[in-house]
Write a protein that binds this ligand. Structure first.
Ligand SMILES: NC(=O)c1ccc[n+]([C@@H]2O[C@H](COP(=O)([O-])OP(=O)(O)OC[C@H]3O[C@@H](n4cnc5c(N)ncnc54)[C@H](O)[C@@H]3O)[C@@H](O)[C@H]2O)c1
Length: 437
């Protein structure tokens, strides 16, 4: 691998590629296999999830070769390469120093070398990476959330249309869609087993996630990129990054997206310099066109009660759902309508890859997850807009929002739009004052 340790070298690495653009074979059903009979995979964003998704691709058992990797940081790419190559060896890991790309631009070259791409950088980059993958005609697995502001969502929605027109499979890591309890219960709800769904409650309440503290010598851009969870241009706040899973379930159950959001939120506990700008709690109601209301709650309070699940009420009964394979439907007298068997359920992170790659090796076009993922991500963003502004927001107002959080320039020495004050603390939203759209 090239020595990319200096900050300046981080930026220029896109010039290092030696592989040329490959003609996308995917548009021709049955013509997927590379000459060596392997599907070529590239991973963009080689952190925990990008690395894990490569494992899951290999675990499908189909002939897959990892041919390119791209990450903003050398050390993250190195760690991922080590983990993948140690586990799967040279037969599956055909990455060479010339197909490892470090910096902001390398994703284009990595995508060009592959038939299938995994997009798992922080969500602020997803619109850019997804647009490029679609432009290059690739099959796509991308992680949620798919953007961090309405400007990004509109890009993803446009690229989702292009992906459909090109018949590119797109699976998004909202893995509850690939989890049996959710599939079985929501099929029954859509069949009318609970009557009309009039309300529900969705929760992601837990103690929070990692903090990557500022290190000496980091530029502001590098610091924010490392500690990405706490900056909205990268993360979208935890209502977007995590709670999208539960909000997406509400949309799936309702088979609709809300028309209105109102709520409250703030920073009660997590107020340090390394906590950037995000809130530590949001509480909202989302109203749907039929008048039904979903209560949404997410918080990062260490030591408080944890709860990550979804409940819904209908005219005939109610349901309890969770990622722990729960699916308990009862009528209003307490009689069972359906109880999901929690034993021996497939891992949904594996299942989404099993289903995607099974389609890919057969040359089938089966998956178009991007539009729903964009609209569920937008629902979460609308929630953040409502808690940050303290205003009641309609779907159309939120989706047409013009505040673009993305930096004007991507460079290690360039300034993100949000900067700390002289004491090192970041400004954050003040409901009633902050303009969000
Ligand atoms: N589906 C799920 O349940 C689930 C679980 C965890 C994470 N995720 C999602 O996966 C994504 C990644 O999360 P993670 O936990 O792996 O974070 P991570 O910090 O471990 O990994 C992100 C990687 O992306 C790299 N990166 C940053 N900017 C980049 C750029 N412009 N181009 C290429 N690489 C870039 C980082 O250096 C890092 O290595 C997030 O969107 C997250 O929400 C989904």
């Amino acid at each position: 691998m090239k020595n990319l340790n200096s900050r300046r070298d981080f930026i220029k690495t896109s010039a290092l590629v030696t592989g040329g653009m490959l003609a996308p074979s995917f548009l021709v059903p049955g013509a997927y296999a590379a000459p060596d009979n392997h599907l070529k995979l590239a991973v963009i964003g080689c952190g925990g999830r990008g690395t894990g998704a490569v494992f899951q691709a290999f675990e499908t058992g189909h002939p897959i070769q990892l041919v390119a990797m791209a990450d903003a940081f050398q050390d993250r790419l190195d760690n991922s390469y080590k983990a993948i190559s140690t586990k799967y060896g040279a037969e599956k890991v055909a990455v060479t120093p010339d197909t490892m790309f470090v910096g902001f631009e390398g994703y284009k070259q990595a995508i060009a070398l592959a038939d299938v791409v995994i997009l798992a950088a922080p969500p602020g980059f997803r619109p850019q990476h997804f647009e490029e993958a679609v432009k290059q005609g690739k099959q796509i697995f991308m992680e949620k959330p798919v953007a961090t502001d309405a400007v990004g969502i509109r890009k993803v929605l446009a690229a989702a249309e292009e992906a459909k027109a090109k018949k590119l499979n797109v699976v998004v890591g909202l893995q509850r869609h690939y989890q049996n309890n959710y599939r079985e219960v929501i099929k029954r709800i859509h069949n009318g087993d609970l009557g009309e769904i009039t309300g529900g409650q969705v929760y992601w309440n837990d103690g929070g996630v990692w903090v990557r503290e500022r290190q000496p010598g980091q530029t502001e851009m590098e610091y924010q990129m490392r500690n990405w969870y706490y900056f909205n241009w990268l993360c979208g706040d935890h209502i977007v990054e995590q709670h999208v899973h539960n909000i997406d379930i509400a949309n799936w159950v309702k088979n609709a997206y809300p028309i209105k959001a109102e709520g409250t939120g703030g920073r009660q506990i997590r107020t340090g310099k390394d906590h950037g700008e995000i809130f530590d709690h949001h509480v909202l109601t989302f109203t749907y066109a039929d008048g039904s209301v979903i209560h949404s709650e997410c918080r990062h309070f260490p030591g408080a009660a944890n709860r990550v699940d979804e409940t819904f009420q209908g005219t005939k009964g109610k349901v309890y759902l969770s990622a722990g394979n729960h699916g308990i439907m009862t009528d209003w007298k307490g009689n069972s309508i359906y109880t999901h068997d929690r034993e021996n359920q497939p891992n949904p992170y594996q299942q989404e890859h099993d289903e995607l790659w099974a389609a890919l090796v057969k040359g089938e076009y089966k998956f178009a997850d991007a539009e729903n993922a964009a609209k569920s991500t937008m629902t979460s963003i609308m929630g953040r807009y409502a808690t940050y502004s303290g205003k009641v927001l309609t779907w159309d107002e939120a989706l047409n929002g013009s505040v673009d959080l993305f930096p004007e320039e991507l460079d290690w020495d360039a300034q993100p739009k949000l900067l700390p004050n002289a004491d090192g603390y970041y400004p954050h939203a003040i409901p009633g004052k902050t303009q969000v759209i």
